[in-house]
Design a protein around this ligand. Structure first.
Ligand code: COA
Length: 264
């Protein structure tokens, strides 16, 4: 049961990239449960249609845009359409992300560019394309980062670079956009059950890994959605430029910690 009123986000509009799956779809559901209109933006039309149907089944007003966050013109079009349909945008979640495990020395330039393009450029494109439609003052923006932003992690150099860039961008933009009443924060999740990211990253790890963490388990989608909700409530009105480590303490252990749990 949520500790927040069911009508907390009534009439508000949330624009969510990567919104057809994983953490971002979980956030979209939580926002709909609290009365928001949601715009979900993602590449795959079939996944988008399924996500939209699930959100509408909860009574949400939903717009689904099939767009690659790396394509600025298409992002600008999606943001304009969202504003035309729902009015000012109250909440933006820049959540689209790419990931694979690969050594830096064996990765193509295009592979590195794919992850930096989706994560870092995609975050800029999301915030920049929605900026003119944001409710000012009052809009709340958030990113989905990762412990790789602060922990150098083998086989994740591309992700480390992208996520560190995102966190640096958040801190700078929070200063600039604070002046017009827009605050920007983020969540840095560790492993989250029910996500493609965890499937990819944990495939080669012994299951004892999650039990060895300071909070000895992976997170749930509900925990991510609840934190996203907190970041858009008045409870966090005085907070900006901050990334919440919602990671069970994994970021305390360093990026090489998981290596000891590689399956033989
Ligand atoms: N190892 C090395 N390189 C890889 C790779 C892997 N596992 N997967 C993709 N690449 C490379 C491709 O070979 C290509 O480089 P090339 O042109 O030099 O061959 C480059 O990355 C771009 O690949 P492309 O297939 O054009 O895909 P894309 O631009 O659509 O993005 C992913 C590819 C892998 C980044 C993206 O599909 C993805 O991340 N999907 C998973 C989403 C996910 O798990 N999200 C949660 C993140 S925590």
């Amino acid at each position: 049961m949520s500790i927040f009123r069911a009508d907390l986000l009534k009439g508000q509009t949330a624009f969510i990239t990567g919104g057809s799956s994983g953490i971002n779809l979980g956030i979209a559901h939580r926002f709909v449960e609290h009365g928001a209109n949601v715009v979900i933006v993602a590449r795959n039309p079939e996944k988008l249609a399924a996500a939209r149907a699930g959100l509408e089944a909860k009574g949400g007003r939903v717009m689904a845009c099939s767009v690659d966050v790396r394509d600025y013109e298409s992002m600008a079009k999606a943001a304009a359409e969202a504003a035309a349909e729902f009015g000012a945008i109250d909440i933006v979640v820049a959540g689209a992300a790419g990931n694979f495990i690969a050594p830096a020395a064996a990765m193509s330039a295009n592979a590195f560019a794919a992850v930096v393009g989706i994560d870092l450029q995609g975050t800029f494109n999301t915030f920049r394309s929605t900026f003119e439609y944001l409710r000012k003052p009052g809009a709340r923006l958030m990113v989905i980062s990762a412990p790789q932003a602060v922990n150098p992690t083998p086989l994740q150099a591309h992700v480390c670079a992208a996520k560190a860039g995102i966190e640096a961008f958040v801190r700078s933009a929070a200063i600039e956009w604070g002046a017009v009443g827009v605050r920007i924060n983020g969540i840095s999740p560790g492993g989250v059950l029910g996500t493609e990211g965890l499937e990819r990253l944990s495939a080669g790890l012994d299951e004892k890994f999650s039990q060895s963490l300071p909070v000895p388990r992976y997170a749930t989608l509900d925990e991510m959605a609840d934190m996203a909700l907190i970041l858009v409530t008045p409870v966090t009105d005085y907070m900006t430029g901050h990334i919440v480590a919602l990671d069970g303490g994994i970021s305390l252990l360093g990026g090489t910690y998981a290596q000891a749990f590689q399956k033989k």
